[in-house]
Design a protein around this ligand. Structure first.
Ligand SMILES: CC(C)(COP(=O)(O)OP(=O)(O)OC[C@H]1O[C@@H](n2cnc3c(N)ncnc32)[C@H](O)[C@@H]1OP(=O)(O)O)[C@@H](O)C(=O)NCCC(=O)NCCSC(=O)CCCCCCCCCCCCCCC(=O)O
Ligand SMILES: Cc1cc2nc3c(=O)[nH]c(=O)nc-3n(C[C@H](O)[C@H](O)[C@H](O)COP(=O)(O)OP(=O)(O)OC[C@H]3O[C@@H](n4cnc5c(N)ncnc54)[C@H](O)[C@@H]3O)c2cc1C
Length: 616
């Protein structure tokens, strides 16, 4: 599987590189997205072994290396003359980067770094492509000068001979084993023993080690985390794509499959006529649209911040970090749970490999873990919200994506309930700010009682993650509201199209309202009648969107090869394709399976003989 994936990945890279040169000569950002794009996912359903090379290795060389280092390594990597990965996670550590054990000791006598993974737990473990594909990596290690720790640093390390692909002396490298999906990626392990690299193999755009061993600190240590921010932004787009693919499959299947009359004596309807089926499928279509728009916004912010960082302006890093965390978590959680809901909405056939929903789930699910485990990133955002709440208390302005927190903090109570979109959005934001305030009270009480900040974060963890989740909901719903209601190009939309978009906004806001009703009722008084009115509107908007469900998913524009699903094929010949796939199964090559003579027949005969004996 790994070699097939490499073959497909190389073919895709060549194809996409030519597209890139044709449509975006010299550009760099289109290519990585294309390489991770749904097109690649279809070509390599077991995962792209080059994705970390393209998304992290080449980018780290560009963003963390000096111009000279880019000339030496980055250009060859961008041109796929060398293939690398990003080797940060270890067998013993993934989240807690300050606990990484791999070390780089500077030898001023030879102006080299001596790299070691001192224990088994120090082995790099997980990097995509490391097992068999890559001959280089960015090796992330704790930097030591005269045995004094200086923090994390990145090193360009060649791990295999470029001609023979043999592991170099001092390198122990291999595949970590089968996973629940992405088995074409050959995630690998890497141990180094007294492995020497020249001083100039340490990426030194932001921090330097001079020939005499003097260390020049980075102006902002977090800029070394920047490669992860990029992938978090890409995950937001990637996982909204996976959800859109699954929503397309389940929608098409739901208008082909007929089951269970709604009225006695009536013919069996398409299952999408059942209200409960609409509630399983249509919100996922809308969620895919909502996250695709949010991910596009985030990507623009990433590009602007990356340019600023290149100019040594780090001012927007904190906001990008917070948004990249929140969107990576929200899209990976909601897409993973949404794809499973859509699989279940397809009944038994949803469980068939021919439906491809299991593979899409297996591609989407690890995004809840890689690039920062989701609850850890929620805690990150929770900590950032605590810092921002202190700013609010001090009357200072907040970053634009958190401005609503200041506005809500000035409200002494929630205004009269109207049930309008603005009211629903404000309710989610108001509940978020109420949660932030409560979390801050708990966190601050702990800090005041002499707990360390880290301990206070841990013991306030449940409230911090709740506040972070609601901040994510507020940001995403706010972005969707702006795009539908206040977009500058709204007048270019046909009234019919605008109506469909407004129905999607109605559904998204009501769905989020009901999902967080408990959190909202903690801070806002809403009567039973007002809640029942929202229930009616939910049922009504599902009915309104039902006729547009297929058109919206067709607009995602996934062709059959990308969906790779007998349930979601454009021509709707589901049963013929399911049967065609079944007949291709190896077990159907023979009428009598081999195991009959070898196992089943003797087993049945032995039981028959025993039964006869027991009668005698
Ligand atoms: C953040 C941590 C959890 C903790 O960091 P620290 O230990 O430093 O402590 P603090 O929490 O105190 O932070 C200190 C300080 O720094 C700020 N900070 C932290 N991180 C960042 C950051 N990234 N940027 C900016 N600032 C940051 C923080 O706010 C504090 O600030 P203050 O001092 O002001 O309070 C850290 O330990 C951490 O990040 N841990 C997680 C480790 C991690 O993420 N590992 C990932 C390893 S690489 C990996 O997993 C690769 C997976 C790749 C798989 C394939 C990818 C394919 C997917 C995309 C493809 C799709 C393509 C497109 C799709 C399409 O187009 O269709
Ligand atoms: C498919 C896949 C591809 C990957 N590719 C790469 C790659 O290319 N390069 C690379 O370097 N890595 C890669 N990784 C590794 C990935 O980045 C790590 O798995 C991830 O960062 C989580 O770290 P961990 O596995 O050590 O989990 P842990 O951090 O051990 O998490 C285990 C549990 O502990 C909890 N926990 C940990 N810290 C805290 C805390 N401070 N507070 C509260 N709870 C906490 C977590 O929330 C989680 O529930 C990949 C992983 C996967 C699954």
């Amino acid at each position: 599987m790994a070699s097939m994936s490499v073959k497909h990945a190389i073919a895709a890279a060549k194809k996409l590189r030519s597209l890139q040169e044709r449509f975006n000569p010299g550009g760099s950002d289109i290519y990585p997205a294309l390489m991770g794009d749904e097109a690649i996912t279809a070509l390599i359903p077991s995962g792209n072994p080059l994705s970390v090379h393209i998304l992290m290795f080449t980018r780290a060389l560009r963003e963390q290396g000096t111009d000279e280092q880019y000339e030496k390594f980055g250009r060859r990597a961008d041109n796929n003359e060398i293939i690398g990965t990003f080797a940060q996670t270890e067998l013993g550590h993934g989240t807690y980067l300050r606990g990484l054990e791999a070390r780089a000791d500077y030898d001023r006598g030879t102006e080299e770094f001596v790299l070691n993974t001192p224990k088994l737990s120090s082995y790099k473990w997980w990097p995509g492509g490391l097992g068999q594909t890559c001959n280089y990596c960015i090796f992330v290690a704790q930097l030591y000068i005269d045995n004094e720790a200086k923090g994390m640093a990145m090193f360009v390390v060649q791990i295999r001979d470029e001609e023979t692909h043999m592991p170099l002396p001092g390198v122990h490298v291999g595949e970590i084993g089968k996973k629940m999906g992405l088995n074409g990626v050959n995630n690998g392990f890497l141990g180094l023993k007294d492995y020497r690299v020249p001083r100039l193999n340490m990426l030194m755009r932001h921090q330097q080690v001079l020939p005499d061993g003097r260390f020049v600190k980075s102006p902002v240590s977090q800029v070394s985390y920047f490669p992860m921010v990029f992938v978090r932004c890409m995950v937001a787009r990637q996982n909204s794509n996976y959800l859109a693919q699954a929503a397309t499959i389940a929608t098409r299947y739901s208008v082909i499959r007929r089951q269970s009359p709604i009225e006695e004596g009536q013919p069996e309807p398409k299952i999408l006529e059942h209200l409960t089926q609409q509630m399983k499928v249509i919100p996922e279509i809308v969620t895919a649209v909502v996250y695709r728009l949010a991910a596009a916004n985030l990507q623009n912010m990433y590009n602007e911040t990356a340019e600023a960082v290149y100019r040594k302006d780090f001012s927007r890093l904190p906001e990008l970090h917070a948004l990249a965390c929140i969107l990576k978590v929200a899209t990976s959680y909601d897409s993973t749970y949404g794809i499973e809901r859509l699989r279940q909405a397809c009944g038994g056939h949803g469980y068939l490999t021919a439906g491809n929903l299991g593979n899409i789930f297996a591609m989407a699910a690890p995004a809840c873990t890689y690039e920062g485990e989701n609850s850890v990133l929620y805690l990150q955002v929770g900590k950032i919200l605590m810092k921002n709440w202190s700013q609010v208390l001090a009357g200072r302005e907040l970053m634009p994506s958190m401005a609503y927190i200041s506005e809500c903090s000035k409200m002494t109570s929630f205004p009269q309930w109207t049930g309008s979109w603005e009211c629903l959005l404000k309710a989610i934001q108001y509940a978020c700010v109420g949660s932030i305030r409560l979390a801050f009270q708990s966190y601050n009480a702990r800090v005041q009682s002499a707990q360390s900040q880290t301990a206070a974060v841990n013991y306030s963890g449940l409230e911090l993650t709740k506040a972070a989740e609601l901040h994510g909901r507020s940001y995403v719903a706010g972005n969707f509201y702006q795009q539908i209601v206040n977009s500058p190009n709204k007048h270019q939309r046909s009234p019919q199209f605008q109506k469909v978009l407004e129905n999607m906004l109605e559904l998204h806001l009501i769905q989020i309202f009901f999902r967080h009703l408990g959190d909202i009722l903690r801070f806002i008084r809403i009567t039973e009648d007002e809640i029942s009115a929202l229930q009616r509107r939910l049922e009504e908007v599902l009915k309104e969107l039902r006729p547009d469900a297929v058109a919206i998913t067709d607009a995602f524009d996934f062709n059959d090869k990308i969906l790779s699903s007998a349930l979601g094929c454009y021509d709707g010949n589901v049963y013929e394709r399911l049967f065609e796939a079944a007949l291709k199964h190896p077990l159907n090559r023979k009428s009598v399976p081999d195991f009959f003579e070898a196992h089943l027949k003797p087993f049945m005969k032995e039981n028959a003989d025993n039964a006869k004996k027991s009668k005698l």
